[in-house]
Design a protein around this ligand. Structure first.
Ligand code: KG4
Ligand code: ZN
Length: 333
């Protein structure tokens, strides 16, 4: 089954064709980073407008790259939630038009489920159940993935997403948006013991997380250095902050795996590209299997949406022409 999938939940316009949930026939991503870097963050209306301009070209490119014609497509999928509402509406509206014109089924896909499905594309042997740590710019979740379309939230951030915290610290250190990858490069030159930062715990659920206090602690380090006229060890702060965030995430993921008793854990989302996070999680899991997407599939793309769409379709998910986008939508409903 060949699914033409679209992803427009934030600032990447993406189209892909995926066969049977596991094989990428084409995967095209148009990043809007340059556009938003001017403003230090995503400007929602500009993101929607850029999606609007790019959709037709991208879908044609996805067909060309796969050497397929429109008639070869069996179903159409789009991210319908969660994300920037204006951005989502462009992808959902476009997918509806394509599905209607081709008279093919329309499959709505949850963005976070898509991030998990990026691992199915890279690891043919991976199948639920497994524990999943999904870390992106908007979400930080620990999930019990019982089946391809059946999952429960075990823990989540109470405030900032980890990617958001990375971007914020990168920004105050003078790095361009989105700062996650640049912060990783800076951290590689620093000592993770340069500054002592907290490992915040949340009362109630040991699997929940909080990053705003950690972010404030890092900002205080900068403020104190400036007030005392002392030089700031930027690489040391980047490394110390990265390790504090990663240790917080890894401790929760390891606890979730232990509680569930599964032999496998998945790491996904844009922040899954971070090499410190990948290394620390692998170490913490010991002999258990860790599945991660290759770096190009960690960030937003449509191949992951096409992969998850296959399993949503298998479980009976179909949308009609009344499909709408949702800015917020639970991953487990
Ligand atoms: O999943 P994603 O592409 O978009 C959302 O769904 O939010 O994640 C984007 C986030 C951004 O915060 C970005 O800075 C972060 O992932 N990111 C990284 C790295 N690469 C991207 N964070 C840390 N280290 C990286 N190497
Ligand atoms: Zn994402």
């Amino acid at each position: 089954m060949r699914i033409l999938a679209f992803e427009t939940s934030c600032d990447e316009t993406a189209a892909a064709i995926v066969r049977d949930g596991r094989h990428i026939l084409s995967n095209v991503v148009l990043s809007q980073t340059d556009l938003h870097a001017l403003y230090g963050g995503v400007v929602p209306e500009l993101a929607s407008r850029r999606h609007m301009e790019s959709m037709v070209v991208l879908s044609e490119r996805a067909l060309d790259q796969a050497q397929l014609r429109k008639g070869d497509i069996d179903a159409v999928a789009a991210t319908h939630a969660p994300g920037l509402i204006g951005a989502l509406l462009v992808g959902v509206g476009f997918a509806k038009g394509v599905a209607f014109a081709l008279d093919k089924p329309l499959i709505p896909v949850h963005h976070i489920r898509g991030h998990i499905a990026a691992c199915y594309l890279a690891h043919p042997d991976l199948a639920p159940p497994f524990a999943a740590l999904v870390v992106s710019g908007g979400h930080t979740l620990i999930l019990d993935v019982r089946g391809y379309t059946e999952m429960g939230v075990m823990g989540s951030t109470r405030d900032d997403a980890a990617g958001e915290a990375f971007d914020k610290i990168a920004r105050v250190l003078g790095l361009a948006y989105p700062g996650g990858a640049a912060l990783e490069a800076l951290a590689a030159q620093g000592d993770p013991d340069a500054y002592r930062l907290p490992r915040p715990k949340v009362a109630g659920n040991p699997l929940d997380m909080s990053f705003s206090g950690l972010k404030t602690a890092a900002l205080n380090v900068m403020g104190t250095a400036a007030a005392r006229g002392e030089p700031l060890d930027k690489a040391g702060l980047a490394a110390s902050f990265t390790r504090a965030v990663c240790e917080t995430l890894v401790a929760r993921a390891a606890l979730a795996v232990e509680r569930l008793g599964y032999g496998a854990c998945v790491l996904a989302g844009g922040v899954a590209a971070n090499s410190t996070l990948r290394r620390l999680l692998r170490e913490a899991l010991g002999g258990r299997s860790l599945y991660m997407p290759p770096t190009p599939l960690c960030g937003d793309n449509a191949a992951m949406i096409g992969a998850q769409a296959y399993y949503e379709f298998q479980s009976g998910a179909r949308a009609d022409m009344a499909l709408n986008a949702q800015a917020n939508y639970p991953v487990d409903s």
